[in-house]
Design a protein around this ligand. Structure first.
Ligand code: SF4
Ligand code: SF4
Ligand code: SF4
Length: 268
């Protein structure tokens, strides 16, 4: 399990611990203020930060900056990929969800109303502190889950996010327009999220080599062998999001606990 499970989950999956979604936590450490400022200021704050990062990312300074950046990120706003079955478990804990525009896509695509983010708290005080561009949609658990299942079929990767760790305030649904994807995976600057507690595997006996799953994978973890007419998943590249399963008509892909897969154990 990832270090957050040890620190914030009493050895269980930290994002399935009810207290990490609690109003008590939100009331502490000015989390409401932090969350509102994080969202309201994202569009103005992030592009200059990326410009600053660009200046040092290919220099020796980055080796000094990386541990500090990771430490700060883990304290304030850190994520973890979760497959659909864990999303279902999370919705047994929370009361409902509020859907709001994705702040990353505001930066990367200019779309101010791409509605892929789900707030997992129903806190009126927090909503009142958000600026008018965050038109909120209140969803029941059933509505939220139905819409997230649809995103799963489209290949969008789910992840939970802290607002001053360990409080979990949001569930995101991302592709390569995501800033977290870019910083962690595409640019490999520094991790801002953990991989899932899971790793995918293909059953060679079931796979018909259709390659539909390859298009779903944001992480390039699936490889096709022309010789075998089958795909294989590289466990060291797999983030464990599970969205490849949604398009596999043969049900050839399954998830296993990361710890049980030797090559991927401990890879976060
Ligand atoms: S993490 Fe994903 S859903 Fe959340 S704000 Fe970024 S791109 Fe949007
Ligand atoms: S979608 Fe399923 S059957 Fe098709 S290549 Fe992928 S694992 Fe094999
Ligand atoms: S191979 Fe791994 S990373 Fe790629 S879609 Fe499947 S579960 Fe996600």
């Amino acid at each position: 399990m990832c270090e957050f499970c040890t620190q914030h989950g009493e050895g269980k999956k930290w994002y399935l611990a009810m207290e990490n979604y609690s109003r008590d936590l939100l009331d502490q450490e000015e989390r409401r203020k932090y969350a509102a400022e994080f969202l309201n200021g994202f569009l103005n704050r992030v592009p200059p930060s990326i410009k600053q990062l660009d200046k040092i990312r290919k220099t020796p300074l980055m080796n000094l900056a990386r541990p500090i950046l990771i430490h700060n990120q883990k304290q304030d706003h850190y994520g973890q990929v979760v497959p659909m079955e864990d999303v279902e478990e999370i919705f047994k804990i929370v009361e409902g969800a509020v859907r709001l525009p994705c702040v990353c896509r505001r930066v990367t695509t200019g779309n101010m109303n791409a509605r892929y983010c789900y707030g997992l708290t129903l806190d009126k005080q927090l909503f009142d502190a958000l600026d008018d561009s965050f038109s909120l949609e209140f969803l029941s658990k059933k509505e939220a889950l139905e819409s997230i299942r649809k995103l799963d079929r489209e290949g969008l990767v789910h992840s939970v996010w802290t607002f001053k760790t360990p409080f979990i305030g949001g569930l995101c649904n991302c592709d390569q327009d995501c800033m977290a994807y870019r910083i962690t995976h595409a640019r490999r600057d520094y991790p801002v999220m953990f991989r899932a507690e899971w790793v995918a595997n293909v059953s060679a006996g079931e796979c018909n080599g259709c390659r539909l799953c390859m298009r779903q994978c944001q992480y390039g973890a699936i490889r096709y062998s022309s010789n075998n007419k089958k795909v294989v998943i590289d466990p060291t590249a797999c983030y464990g999001c599970g969205v490849c399963r949604a398009v596999c008509r043969e049900k050839a892909i399954t998830l296993s606990p990361r710890e049980s897969v030797q090559e991927a154990a401990g890879m976060w």
